[in-house]
Design a protein around this ligand. Structure first.
Ligand code: HEM
Length: 446
């Protein structure tokens, strides 16, 4: 993920290089480029690509030079680079206060590989069926609470669903005290981290708990007490081998030296799965509904297909949603060795960033790229570097099967107003500005 602006102690030791050797890009001063990147991410990215082409350099506060790559033919060297030479963990370092230093998202090299191997088995595609019942029952319970005939924003509703899915399927919490205590704390943490001011290192001042950063530190401390309690209980649970949730599998997992993850590692990975899996999936779902509801013919075709017992169209709808509205628009790697990308030799020290948003909107790959046309994916499989909402290489999203499985939830909704939401940046993810307002019609169709 590209979580710029970011900073890292290692960044200070970056090799010096000659900026004249970098691909050309906007000349505006760095603060102006950073502001545009933060406040008008989508239109700015497209304007830069129109002006500078498939490979261009932008300059962002704290992150420094970031070479944006928008041609899928140039991505292989980036995604296949040696993990020590192209580091994603370093590029994500702004998330460290929330996730902790042992998070898969923040690690690089051997430690990253060790964590990834321990985390992969619970997220294997085949295991998803086990979570199907949990996801369906949480969705039903949420929908029963929706008002009928009165508009309401869909994204918060999707956030409630995806949060509960993670707390139950990943943490293994079912109705009870720990679930009730953790839910509001996570919501609060997510809300605070969405506030850009709270997360930018320059503004991290506690001010006796009154500043956004101060509130964040206090809430994180309360969440940590609870997370440690949950982990310790699971580690000593005599029935852990019979449990289906991800945490129970992680507690039992052993690396190649026979070592288990310690409590701190488990805490950081739980927080990672929560934050990486909850907002992203909820936002994709909200976009999916908005696109379907604004394209009634697509919605009808989908409902007919589902009634006929086919899942081909829902998968195409999900793929097209994630193409046209990728919630993570850019992923990034910090180079520690020179890398050849097309005709450019990019020096150690720069950030190289496959730009998902721009690749997904290339008209040579996707004719009329701004149109929502799930048919594109009905007959043809996209090449992996042409459709990459989950990133790529050894850092590709661990929860991709989980997210897609969860998104196969379809409801019968009507848009409260028929206008498309603008894309707004909420820290890392790109969200619908007004939350996708919908009105529920009866009867519900699952
Ligand atoms: C629509 C939903 C989701 C989207 C769009 C998404 C997207 C991404 C992206 C773009 C990355 C970075 C890949 C890269 O740097 O190349 C990533 C990494 C990751 N995601 Fe997801 N994600 C989603 C859902 C989930 C879910 C449900 C989980 C788990 C419950 C999850 C867990 C992770 C983890 C652990 C990583 C770090 C992988 C690594 O560094 O090795 N994600 N995701």
């Amino acid at each position: 993920m590209d979580t710029t602006p970011s900073t890292t102690p290692r960044a200070a030791a970056r090799a010096a290089y000659d900026r004249a050797t970098l691909p050309p890009g906007p000349r505006a001063p760095m603060p102006v480029q950073t502001l545009l990147w933060l406040l008008r991410p989508v239109s700015t990215m497209h304007a830069w690509r129109r002006r500078y082409g498939d490979v261009f350099t932008i300059k962002l506060a704290l992150a420094g030079d970031s070479v944006q790559v928008c041609d899928p033919a140039l991505l292989k060297p980036i995604f296949a680079a040696k993990p020590d030479d192209a580091r994603a963990g370093e590029a994500n370092s702004v998330l460290e206060p929330v996730l902790g230093p042992n998070s898969t998202l923040l690690l690089d090299g051997r430690e990253h590989l060790r964590h990834r191997k321990l985390l992969l088995p619970p997220f294997h595609g085949e295991r998803m069926q086990r979570y199907g019942e949990i996801i369906a029952s949480i969705t039903d319970a949420e929908m029963e609470r929706w008002p009928v005939g009165r508009p309401f924003p869909l994204r918060p509703a999707m956030q409630r669903i995806t949060l509960d899915v993670i707390l139950r399927a990943v943490f293994g919490l079912h109705d009870g005290d720990q679930l009730e205590r953790l839910r509001p704390l996570v919501r609060e943490l997510v809300d605070i981290t969405r506030n850009r001011g709270a997360m930018i290192p320059w503004f991290r001042r506690e001010l006796g708990g009154r500043s956004p950063w101060g509130r964040f530190v206090a809430t994180r401390a309360r969440a940590d007490v609870l997370l440690h309690e949950i982990i310790r209980q699971r580690q000593t649970d005599p029935d852990v081998a019979e449990r289906d949730d991800v945490l129970s599998m992680l507690v039992q997992a052993r690396d190649e030296n026979g070592e288990a993850m310690n409590v701190e590692e488990l805490r950081d990975e739980l927080m990672t799965l929560l934050l990486a899996g909850h907002e992203t999936t909820a936002t994709s779902l909200a976009w999916c509904f908005q696109l379907l509801l604004l394209n009634p013919r697509e919605l009808q075709a989908l409902q007919e297909d589902i009634a006929a017992g086919s899942t081909a169209r829902i998968d195409a709808v999900i793929k097209e949603t994630m193409r046209i509205r990728p919630v993570v628009p850019v992923v990034a790697r910090r180079l520690h060795a020179p890398l050849q990308v097309g005709g450019w030799t990019l020096p150690a020290g720069v950030m190289v960033a496959p730009n998902i948003e721009l690749i997904h909107h290339r008209d040579d790959l996707y004719p009329q790229p701004d149109q929502f046309r799930p048919d594109r994916f009905l007959d043809a499989q996209a090449e992996s570097y042409e459709w990459l909402p989950f990133g790529g290489g050894v850092r590709r999203c661990l929860g991709a099967s989980f997210a897609i499985f969860e998104m196969r939830t379809v409801t019968n909704l009507e848009l409260a107003d028929g206008t498309m939401d603008r894309v707004r940046r909420a820290a890392v993810v790109m969200v619908p500005e007004r939350g996708v307002r919908v009105t529920l019609r009866e009867p519900l169709v699952a």
